[in-house]
Ligand binder design. Structure first.
Ligand code: TYM
Length: 337
């Protein structure tokens, strides 16, 4: 991240399912590191969660649970603005304004839309189609310069750039900042399923064995790693040799991300060893990462009043930051009185 220009960081996570290792390495631990470098806004994207089937009774408890998981992972509400998306109505209002700018053709090209709607486009919700425009509103409302996300969200940030540029041009304003996607290096940009190295680790995967959750016990973590799919070859001595071995590449990448080394450095220790030796070492570093987060999460998750207070305070600060931008967007399109 360049430090020469003022930076504002915005990112969100859907409060569906628990936080998993893909979220943690692909996004959240990078959010944590950015807190000291820039003004950061992080939110629970509960409006985005409406695009999938979700039990209404679960949504509020999921929001608290995810807020607790973020704080347990190191998001500090004193440094960062942490809030629930729906508590800031400007997100929805700006989304509607940007719907006038976004083109159907652009949204039709979104791979997430194509994947999620599948063959049943006619039966998909309009919200699922419009999802990336709401995401653009989330980002542009705060004039974000950097959007730390995993690789799977890159296309949405690129769409946000297109919307910002078209809006500024169409209405002859310099309102929206054109944001940069900020994607992790190494393999953290895309942590893969433990059951299949060709698909990403995801909360929508029906197999619990495909991902590690922050709430997993030490034994569950060790078991998931023990059972993770691998190949029979020993580990090679260079990163290039992992390119044709997606499961091996993923596990070595996870290890490297956790210990803060390059893949080649990890291979310096493990070259020639089989997974019988590597997997217990990986389980150990994973447990060392997750056990303290899980302990903090267990303390925090019961404290509903404190979580609600943090989220309300965050929403108030977000409203203050976003209001002038929404007002200018309204003026630009002729909605202001
Ligand atoms: P969501 O909730 O699916 O995921 C939250 C963050 O975790 C990253 N991620 C991964 N990174 C690496 N490997 C994986 N296997 C993996 N799985 C998930 C995601 O890329 C994301 O950064 N649409 C967003 C939420 C959102 C948002 C926004 C993000 C709404 N508005 C504005 C940024 C800015 C989403 O569904 O993320």
């Amino acid at each position: 991240m360049s430090t020469s220009t003022p930076t504002r960081v915005v990112s969100g996570i859907q409060p569906t399912g628990g936080l998993h290792l893909g979220n943690l390495l692909g996004a959240i631990l990078r959010w944590v590191r950015m807190q000291d470098e820039a003004q950061c806004l992080f939110f629970l994207a509960d409006l985005h969660a409406l695009t999938v089937d979700l039990d209404p009774a679960e949504l509020s408890s999921n929001v608290r649970e995810m807020a607790a998981a973020l704080i347990a992972s190191g998001i500090d509400p004193k440094k960062s603005i942490l809030f629930r998306q729906s508590a800031v109505p400007a997100h929805s209002e700006l989304c509607w304004i940007l719907n006038g700018t976004a083109r159907v053709g652009w949204l039709n090209r979104m791979t997430q839309w194509k994947d999620k709607a599948g063959k049943n486009r006619e039966g998909a919700s309009v919200a699922l189609f419009d999802y990336p425009v709401l995401q653009a509103a989330d980002i542009l409302l705060y004039q974000a310069t950097h959007v730390p996300v995993g690789e799977d969200q890159k296309q949405h940030v690129e769409l946000t750039r297109d919307i910002a540029i078209k809006f500024n041009n169409d209405f002859d304003v310099e309102l929206f900042i054109v944001p940069e996607p900020f994607i992790g290096g190494g393999t953290t940009a895309r942590i893969m399923s433990l059951r299949d190295g060709k698909v990403k680790m995801s909360k929508s995967d029906p197999s619990e064995m495909s991902r590690v959750h922050l709430t997993d016990s030490d034994d569950e973590i060790a078991q998931k790693i023990r059972k993770a799919k691998t190949d029979p070859e020993p580990l090679p001595d260079n990163a290039a040799a992992l390119e044709t071995r997606p499961e091996a590449k993923n596990l070595v990448g996870i290890y490297a991300a956790i210990v803060g080394e390059e893949i080649d450095q990890v291979l310096d220790h493990f070259a020639g060893q089989g997974f019988g030796q590597f997997k217990p070492a990986l389980a150990d570093v994973l447990v060392a990462l997750i056990a303290p987060i899980r302990a903090r999460l267990n303390d925090l998750r019961q404290n509903h009043d404190e979580l609600d207070r943090i989220l309300a305070e965050g929403a108030a600060r977000a409203i203050e930051l976003g209001s002038p931008v929404l007002a200018q967007a309204k003026t630009a399109v002729g909605l202001a009185r």
